[in-house]
Design a protein around this ligand. Structure first.
Ligand code: PEP
Ligand code: MG
Length: 575
């Protein structure tokens, strides 16, 4: 699955949680001697560790178990192994890659032998390799955040903070074995504009460190060691995509308006200060969703009031008079933290996540609310609570908000007294009671990423059920319509900030369902604006009416595709 657009080609960097990172690069002639010395030191250290393990086993288990480690020691003492690694280093391969490649070639030979005992020894060789490289990398401290050469990162999974910390100039793309378009590593990839593909089962077992790999984040292709013809073809595809994107730049200051003059607000989703430039550059009309939890993820815990206030103030000031909707922290689900306030749960998407966590720990929550209030006088700041499932949560959160206001007033700290407060509608229960909830808030923003997972009972990050994750499922459409109708009935606007809003093929459908605002990643803004400006409101309404009568998600998708093909064929090319 392609989850972040763009085509890139580069050497693979394998990041495996239980193993070690091995990056292959050419070392200078002067560095050869140093790497050989490091190899010899690592051999001594590794031997020492294995001997310690052996004596521990002899004391606590049997001599037979301890003797298993003899095979590990034998591998280390093998002069052919030592000689081959040194030969590679002398040919200017870095020591980590030299060790990994030589041992991996032995492991492969062993595992292909038709003898159970010998083929099982391949696991021993890999174990030794892991231990050696661990000892080597400890000294060099290799990490995905510390890449010194451009690479495509391959991992089983990436945490949001790992993705958030990636340097765009070094990580040119990434591929993961698990994940989905709405997992937060995918969200971050789009925010950072790093091409990415996910859902590539076993990719890390097939790719070798340093292999040349090609990623097509639009169509979801991943090619190992591409041929010159493939490189040429994808080069052309990327060039065409860039040309279309350059054409869309002219839309920067144009409104998000249909051909018959129906206008909506087109905003951007952001995860931090670093994306504010992109919001303005891509022509969004403000921030529709500021995912404040990324500040917590970056800090690996709660943040003090001054630091939070400083970030919110800067965002508000730089975007003023455009609005910034700051969502209170949404930790939990696939955005986990360790620490006293955050516990690992067996069912985190249904657990103490988001507003539930905030209400459980009102002190840090009040600090966040005070920070948002303090920033509110520096621009057009609005506040939004995530994961609301009942009215009590709004009442409780607002009580803490009022307390924060009273404190600030007593301290003579300025804040916007009538700050607008909205909620995310992302749980079916909130939709079913939207009529009631609408009377307590100033706006709704539909979070389809979660709404779809909770409606269809499909874990949004589980690639095994990804085929069931259908934004066009009739149930989802009905829930969106019901939310819009309830909001409008009570005179409040209704936005949509899930990834569904960033699919150009679904934009007309959402317009037709009556959505007032769409919020997408900054890089997707031009394409979505182009979609809105290509269609008439009459066509959009007709599409929505027909879609609401469909029996399957595929039928709806077919109708959406047909209309997009008709009104914006250029967008179909890059999708
Ligand atoms: C959503 O659920 O649609 C949403 C925008 O919030 P998040 O992806 O951060 O859960
Ligand atoms: Mg959500």
């Amino acid at each position: 699955m392609g989850v972040s657009p763009g085509v890139v080609i580069g050497p693979a960097y394998l990041l495996m949680p239980e193993s070690v990172c091995v990056v292959r690069h050419k070392i200078s002639k002067d560095a050869v001697y140093g790497d050989i010395e490091r190899f010899e030191d690592a051999l001594i250290e590794t031997r020492q560790q294995i001997k310690e393990l052996q004596s521990n086993l002899e004391q606590n288990a049997t001599v037979q178990e301890a003797s298993i480690l003899d095979a590990h020691l034998m591998a280390l003492d093998d002069h052919v192994f030592v000689g081959n690694v040194i030969k590679k280093i002398e040919a200017q391969t870095n020591v980590e890659a030299a060790v990994s490649e030589v041992l991996e070639s032995y492991a492969k030979i062993l595992s292909s032998v038709d003898d159970e005992y010998l083929s099982e020894r391949s696991a021993d060789v890999r174990d030794v390799a892991r231990r050696m490289i661990n000892n080597l990398t400890k000294a060099t401290d290799a990490s995905v955040l510390d890449l010194r050469h451009k690479h495509v990162v391959i991992a089983r999974d990436l945490s949001p903070s790992e993705t958030a910390g990636m340097r765009k100039d070094m990580v040119i793309g990434f591929a993961t074995e698990v994940g989905s378009p709405t997992s937060h590593s995918a969200v971050m990839a789009r925010a950072l504009e790093i091409p990415a593909v996910v859902c590539l089962h076993d990719v890390s077992k097939i790719v070798e460190p340093g292999d040349e790999v090609l990623i097509d984040g639009n169509k979801g292709f991943f090619i190992i060691n591409p041929t010159p013809e493939q490189m040429e073809k994808y080069g052309r595809v990327e060039k065409a995509r860039k040309t279309i994107e350059r054409g869309l730049v002219t839309l920067q200051h144009k409104p998000a308006e249909t051909t018959d003059g129906y206008r909506i607000t087109l905003s951007a989703n952001t995860e931090g200060l670093q994306e504010v430039d992109a919001v303005l550059r891509h022509g969004a009309e403000g921030v529709g969703l500021f995912r404040s939890e990324y500040l917590y993820l970056a800090a690996k815990g709660c943040i003090d009031e001054e630091s939070q206030t400083a970030v919110y103030t800067q965002v508000a000031e730089r975007l003023s008079p455009a609005p910034v909707i700051i969502r209170t922290m949404d930790i939990g689900g696939d955005k986990m933290l360790d620490g006293p306030h955050f516990e690992r749960e067996s069912n985190p998407f249904l657990g103490c996540r988001s507003i539930r966590l905030s209400l459980l720990y009102p002190k840090p929550f009040k600090i966040q609310l005070r920070s948002i209030l303090r920033a509110s006088v520096h621009g057009n700041v609005k506040l939004m609570y995530p994961m609301i499932s009942n009215i009590n949560e709004i009442i409780q959160a607002n009580e803490i908000l009022e307390e924060a206001k009273r404190e600030l007033a007593a301290e003579k700290v300025p804040f916007k007294k009538d700050i607008e407060v909205g909620i995310m509608v992302e749980i079916p229960a909130a939709v079913m009671t939207a009529d009631v909830l609408a009377q307590h808030v100033d706006f709704f923003s539909i979070g389809t990423n979660d709404l779809i997972q909770y409606t269809l009972a499909v874990d949004r990050v589980n690639e095994r059920v990804a085929y069931l994750y259908e934004p066009t499922h009739p149930a989802v459409l009905k829930l969106i319509k019901q939310t819009v109708d309830a909001g409008h009935k009570h005179g409040i606007w209704v936005g949509l900030c899930g990834e569904m809003a960033a699919d150009p093929m679904l934009v007309s459908l959402l317009l037709g369902l009556g959505i007032d605002e769409l919020s997408v990643s900054p890089a997707a803004v031009p394409m979505i604006k182009d979609s809105i400006r290509s269609v008439s409101f009459v066509q959009a309404k007709e599409l929505a009416e027909k879609s609401l009568k469909c029996q399957t998600g595929d039928e709806v998708l077919g109708l959406c595709r047909k209309l997009t093909n008709k009104v914006a064929p250029e967008l179909m090319e890059i999708m």
